[in-house]
Design a binder for this molecule. Structure first.
Ligand SMILES: C[S@@+](CC[C@H](N)C(=O)[O-])C[C@H]1O[C@@H](n2cnc3c(N)ncnc32)[C@H](O)[C@@H]1O
Length: 454
């Protein structure tokens, strides 16, 4: 869409309505409904420049993850910077949040490029950035592109804006961090993203085509992901693992291996973050991590690498069957950290009110809750999600245990921990238990703790 400007050089419709996400003021189109805190599900899209408030928790986790890489130096050395690209940045809220909310002392190590093909959305990103600049100014030279020339870049106080096809933007420079947040499926951008990454880099991907990923749309799943699904209580976990398998196999073709850092089914989308390394040897071993989930009689499921002809009808896959998270990184993704990085102080809120934010005390309270909920249960589940575990939906356990009702999830987790096992809740709208206890032990605990029906 043409990025027409109104008088004064501002985008048409500017300033719209001012909203706060994390600690960053954003401008929403005037016609967009005022967001609620922690909305669920896909929001009604109102056209170009629409900001989806339901993605705020994913953006918060993205800030925590990038900050973690800078704070704990697991991606580059402490004296090196990270070239980050939001390849489909729309109105630029994620890049602006990276610039505003990652602590000042790390900002000089961030080289941020924001790209979108939609000039209208990009104009809103630029106008928001210049109206509410980061607390400290960030200046550095534009990056050379990988073909040896400094490409034509519009560099604006710490952000490099590009208005080209994402596939070109990703290939131009060797980025160490690429965020891919398309409408629907990411598959059309995947190869360019993998080739655009440096030898070691992080790829974060959002996929909203959950009907294809879960298998509720079997033909799109087969066509797009070359997989077969079963739509049951494991459909969400399958969707996450299917997207990881797709990235892993595409990466292996390019001699790259993947290590999942964080992977979640979040309401209406799948979000995965992977460390990608160029290594023929590791890429050759990636098939060890691929397999199928077979539904069984004695246990809800088992992962197998190759299902037998008889098992195939009870199986979904092929999918990633390895660990889903990095233990240390996930353990640091706490509610305290989310508030420390992303919650505005009372003083900041007062200043923002003078810049047009119309927020009540209740809004402030709810936004804190939203930040907490963005990472709730993650650090507790870090250990199990980074190794082999059994995933169980609480609601399906009474049938397996032969009892009338399920105990409270917290009670069941406590009793499994009391019995010497690890157990935690998985962040999901469903009551999902993860544990390393044998399934029989879980059933015993369910029988012991089940509410009496007498
Ligand atoms: C879901 S939105 C991105 C939302 C954004 N990441 C955020 O957090 O608000 C997808 C964006 O991709 C852009 N887009 C679609 N195809 C593109 C392409 N080939 N190259 C660049 N941008 C593209 C659209 O203009 C749209 O702004």
């Amino acid at each position: 869409m043409a990025g027409d400007k109104q008088g004064g050089g501002q985008p048409i419709g500017w300033p719209g309505q001012v909203w706060l996400e994390g600690r960053t003021l954003v401008h929403l189109l005037g016609e967009q409904t005022r967001p609620t805190h922690m909305p669920r599900g896909p929001a009604k899209r109102t056209g170009p420049g629409f900001l989806n408030p339901a993605m705020a928790p994913a953006r918060t986790r993205s800030i925590l993850l990038l900050n973690d890489a800078l704070e704990h130096n697991w991606l580059v050395r402490p004296d090196q910077s990270i070239r980050v690209l939001d390849a489909l940045c729309a109105t630029g809220v994620r890049i602006r949040r990276w610039r505003n909310e990652i602590p000042a002392q790390a900002q000089h190590r961030l080289r941020i490029t924001a790209n979108d093909l939609d000039k209208f959305a990009l104009d809103w990103a630029k106008a928001s950035h210049s109206t509410h600049p980061p607390a400290q100014s960030v200046e550095h030279e534009p990056e050379d592109d990988r073909y040896g020339s400094v490409s034509e870049q519009v560099f604006d106080n710490g952000l490099n804006f590009r208005n080209i096809d994402a596939r070109i933007a990703m290939m131009e420079t060797g980025h160490q961090w690429i965020d891919l947040d398309p409408f629907g499926s990411p598959v059309q951008f995947l190869d360019a993203a993998l080739q655009g990454l440096s030898r070691t880099g992080v790829l974060e991907i959002t996929a909203t085509d959950t009907a294809a990923l879960t298998g509720s749309s079997a033909s799109s799943q087969a066509r797009r992901y070359g997989a077969k699904g079963i739509v049951d209580v494991y459909a969400h976990d399958d969707a996450v693992r299917l997207l990881l398998a797709t990235v892993a196999t595409s990466a292996a073709r390019l001699d790259k291996s993947i290590t999942p850092l964080m992977a979640l089914f979040d309401g209406h989308h799948v979000r995965i973050s992977c460390l990608i390394k160029t290594s023929r040897e590791k890429a050759s071993k990636i098939s060890d991590m691929l397999g199928w989930r077979v539904r069984e009689e004695d246990i809800p499921y088992r992962f197998v690498q190759h299902p037998s002809a008889e098992q195939v009808k009870r199986a979904s896959g092929p999918m990633w069957i390895g660990p889903l998270w990095d233990k240390d990184i996930a353990a640091r993704m706490t509610e305290e950290k989310a508030l420390e990085l992303c919650q505005a102080t009372a003083e900041e809120i007062e200043k923002m009110k003078m810049e047009g934010l119309e927020w009540s005390d209740a809004d402030v309270e709810y936004s804190g809750r939203e930040l907490r909920r963005s990472v709730r249960y993650i650090s507790d589940a870090a250990d199990l999600m980074s190794r082999e575990h059994l995933l169980l939906n609480l609601d399906s356990l009474p049938r397996w245990a032969g009892v009338g009702g399920a105990p409270k999830l917290e009670k069941l987790i406590a009793s499994l921990i009391g019995a010497g096992y690890c157990a935690a809740r998985l962040p999901d709208l469903e009551p999902l238990l993860i544990t390393d206890a044998p399934f029989d032990t879980v059933l015993e605990q369910v029988r012991n703790k089940a509410p009496s029906t007498k």
